[in-house]
Design a protein around this ligand. Structure first.
Ligand code: FO1
Length: 315
């Protein structure tokens, strides 16, 4: 069974560790958001691609969710001491990835090629495709505590400013002019099952669907598409979906997250805690809705969740 997953960062990474236990990894392709990529210290940083790569290689920091286990931050400490830009916590091991990526990109390799070389070197057994090789950037338009309007790149809003601004709109710069990276359209068209990972619909999955051609390709496979709600009990399991979904007119519930994918889903998996929403989602979106434990405390629970999602759509 060939499976293609659309993925953001941490929630997706946890889930994907289970997916490659439920399905042979060689049959899995992961298409990852790149719209929260940033350039810092002259380095190309791809946080979601790296989170997915670290989780799938077993190198991730399970507690923090992002970055590497057993990480040190000595270089960052020196940057801080010198008065440089130290708001984004790049660890020493993590920096090695960004340095290598940036060097290979500078020599003319595409982000897709670089991502593939890095995932192979780290022992990731399935394909990881950045959604595009073109520059696409999420911008957050907001109003600060003094009532002053501002516009920031996603990581500045989230990490630099601690998500304290009142978000008014989300812009995807460059999306309309981007093209899916090599392999993405084939991976969507050729999959037996498409999975929308439990990621933020607004700033993780939204950008992948905004790459021209991708949304239509997913919609064309609608009866093969299953998603997992990133919202449990009215709050995101992790991240900032509660602050960003309302900006898109979506309520912060498992039903609101499903509505973000109207016309794209054949099935939707929600947590037992949200069982009360099941029939309304089913009726509203005309899809199969499955209820199970969606909190992934370890690889075993992630594998059970992946198996449940596959079962729901692959009958
Ligand atoms: N998230 C934070 O909250 N603070 C950080 O300093 C931070 C650094 C960081 C470095 C590398 C990386 O790959 C991810 C990092 N993240 C950090 C996570 C990241 O900002 C977001 O969680 C994702 O971009 C959202 O999907």
């Amino acid at each position: 069974m060939k499976v293609t997953a659309l993925a953001g960062g941490v929630g997706a990474g946890k889930f994907l560790r289970g997916l490659i236990r439920a399905v042979p990894p060689r049959d899995v392709t992961v298409v990852v958001n790149t719209a929260d990529d940033l350039e810092l210290h002259g380095l190309h940083i791809s946080p979601d691609v790296d989170s997915v790569t670290y989780w799938l290689s077993g190198l991730s920091d399970r507690e923090r969710g992002w970055g590497r286990a057993d990480e040190t931050f000595r270089a960052l400490g020196e940057v801080r001491r010198l008065g440089g830009e130290a708001w984004f916590a790049l660890g020493d091991l993590d920096l090695g990835i960004h340095m290598t990526r940036t060097e290979w990109l500078g020599r003319g390799a595409s982000l897709t090629e670089v991502t593939d070389r890095i995932r192979r070197a780290l022992g990731v057994p399935c394909r990881i495709l950045p959604m595009t090789d073109d520059p696409v950037h999420t911008w957050i338009d907001a109003v600060d505590a003094n009532g002053v309007a501002r516009s920031d790149p996603f990581q500045v809003y989230w990490v630099g400013r601690g998500a304290r601004d009142d978000v008014k709109s989300i812009r995807l710069e460059g999306a309309a002019d981007s093209a899916p990276s090599e392999g993405v359209m084939e991976a969507v068209a050729g999959a037996d099952v498409l999975i929308i990972c439990p990621s933020n619909p607004a700033v993780s999955i939204g950008p992948i669907l905004a790459v021209p051609g991708v949304r239509d390709a997913v919609a064309a496979r609608r009866d093969r598409v299953v998603g997992i709600s990133p919202i449990v009990g009215g709050a995101p399991v992790q991240g900032m979906a509660d602050r960003l979904m309302p900006v898109l007119g979506l309520e912060v519930t498992a039903a609101g997250a499903a509505r973000a994918y109207r016309g794209l889903l054949g099935g939707w998996v929600i947590d037992r805690r949200d069982a009360g929403l099941r029939s309304s989602i089913q009726a509203d979106l005309e899809i199969a809705v499955g209820t199970t434990d969606t909190i992934m405390v370890d690889d075993g629970s992630a594998e059970r969740l992946a198996g449940f999602a596959l079962e729901l759509i692959h009958r």
